[in-house]
Design a protein around this ligand. Sequence first.
Ligand code: XIL
Length: 349
Amino acid sequence: MKSLLSIGVIGFLLVSSCQKEELSSCGNLNKSLADKVEFYCGTVADLSQIVNNQPYGQIVNSQFNSVTAENSMKSAYLHPNQNTYYWTEADELADYCASHSKRLHGHTLIWHKQLPDWILNYQGSTADWEKLLKEHILEIVSHFKGKVASWDVVNEAFNEDGTLRNSIWKENLGASYIEKAFIYAREADPNAKLFYNDYSLAINPVKRSAVLNYLNHLRAKGTPIDGIGMQMHIFNGFPENIEISNTMDEIWKNDYLVHISELDISINPQSQQMLSAPDKELRRQAEKYLYIFKAYERIPARYQFGITIWGVSDNDSWIRYTYNRNDFPLLFDDNYLPKPAYCKLISNL
Ligand code: XIL
């Protein structure tokens, strides 16, 4: 009993001293996450925050070499009226990326959410809808040609049961909107890598096979699809780590680039009262981040498109305001200080 107790105490001391060591060796941000890995390591970012919020800007600039616009390249923002495009904010982000050597990933051309009212209310024949889809994609992709390296061409087109989501695009154009979207995107920028992006691919094998089968079927017809984005808004407890690595493997073995496109790891799935993040959960979260990075390192380099974290600090995370729960899913805390997850990555990659 006594010895068990002392083993427990020693264990605790080791864990906490290890954590302290990791925290002190990572606290000053003079290392860069992107430098620690051979693949692109990105974050979602918002230009006004980069400019106006000094610690946020410092983290984006020092830690990452790839950027995804969190909202400013979605249809509601870029294409607010049928004949009006609003480029300013996205252009400024593109300029920032060009002058700070960051790759820019475009998110997202065709989605059922964050659509402008004029598309939601649009009345027209199939031919009119087809023209709308074509012009929307050609205009946006041509505008960013040479500045945006890659696009989430279609986002979240599948339901959890593997059927196609009945989105406004599907209702008006049938399933063919997916292949058309890829064809137009390629036409507008032959050098951009084109992705299909979705959630639940690791946790739901039914959806995963439906997506893979469908994309394979399109590719067999010549549709230009380069890769698959696994969003990965996940939890400490699920999906299981092995499901995550198996999914990455399945994707590249089907000859698609793998983008971990929107990674965050929640610690409060049940929306409990949680004023601060429990240490135990922060340690589990750190292990899970590290597992994902290590598993990603093992896939063949030619299939590694990169890992993108969906947010800078916990304070910026979409999880809090979208699900109205306190959560701590990212690498930096509310004060923009490194969390155990960041330290774990910096010390072990
Ligand atoms: C989220 C943004 O983070 C929020 O700021 C916004 O209010 C809603 O959209 N899947 C996606 C992303 O593909 O575009 C979503 O981003 C998160 C879920």
